[in-house]
Write a protein that binds this ligand. Sequence first.
Ligand code: SAM
Ligand code: SF4
Ligand code: SF4
Length: 359
Amino acid sequence: MDDLSLSCSRRQFTGESVYDLYGRPLRSLRLSVTDRCNLRCRYCMPEEDYVWLPREDVLSFEEMATLAGYFVDVGVDKVRLTGGEPLLRRDLPRLVRLLAQNRGITEIALTTNGVLLAEQAQALYDAGLHRVTVSLDTLKPDRFRRLTGRDEFDRVLEGIAAARTVGFPNLKLDTVMIRGFNDDELVPLIEFARHIGAEVRFIEYMDVGGANEWTMDKVLSCQVMLEQLSRRYGEIVAIAGRGAAPAQRYRLADGTTFGIIPSTTMPFCRQCDRSRVTADGMWYLCLYALEGIDLRGPLRQGAGPNHIRELIRAGWRSRRDRGAEMRKELERTGMRERELIGIERLREDPHLEMHARGG
Ligand code: SAM
Ligand code: SF4
Ligand code: SF4
């Protein structure tokens, strides 16, 4: 175990870049540390029980840090820990410490539902976590219970407060906006975020398939969000320099900023520099990819660093994924709502679930 973490710390950052078939560099890695979750958000994981990844397949923290190190060697410099709910994985700060030893990683971030954050925020901060994003879809406790199937609203607020207290900079709140469900909370969420010194980002509801009953009419588009917000706030200015970030940020007249992630109506695949590794070491080049590349097999069979780095380089060089743009193109033929991944297919391959690949 120690050998692996040691080799991780000594690895030299090569400064290498690898580009896909559209010239997009590989820069950012979303590492899902578990497919389990303590909430059951209707838009993500609406059923109680799922086909879970076999426990023996789930990577140890040392294996995750080693794989992350290979990604860094070929150009990745940002790692985001996600899930399922990442804080369900016991002693997550230990993984953060392993990653923090790698000098090629300039940013270690976490996306969490916040339920367990209050008790772990300090340890995560001390371990070297740089940034936290908490998912918060509503400020109404009843609505939270209906959305998530759990009565955990207060603990999420405590988690957000703890993240502020320990001093995480640039705290973000991510809200999936669903028309007719929480679209009356655009303004309250902006005000709440401003009040606590965070930035809210509104995510368009994405058609990830499964049991979540997505339809286009539940999507509150970026355009409609901006129209609603400008009725309340007046002029809203887009902030330049988005780069490869999923969110377009905006500024209100008083300086308050917020973001919109328009994945459904204005996909940003053209700039996409991120890929995902599931908790059992399958590498997906796109959120919507149906096939992944197995990295756990080679890792556990003792393949050397060069072999795995070469697998990653070759995988990225052949990447032509632009899943969200292709989903959008289906709208023209009216096929978007019909061509969702069905529940049966998801049961056959649980990796295709949003909660397995980390959103
Ligand atoms: N459990 C953690 C959380 O909720 O923050 C991390 C994993 S979750 C899959 C990551 C992100 O994906 C969350 O912000 C969640 O809101 C988002 N997400 C899940 N399903 C979605 C959907 N159908 N459309 C848009 N965003 C979705
Ligand atoms: Fe909700 Fe995140 Fe859990 Fe999905 S993984 S059900 S978005 S808390
Ligand atoms: Fe990137 Fe795929 Fe998302 Fe497009 S759909 S932004 S290619 S992960």
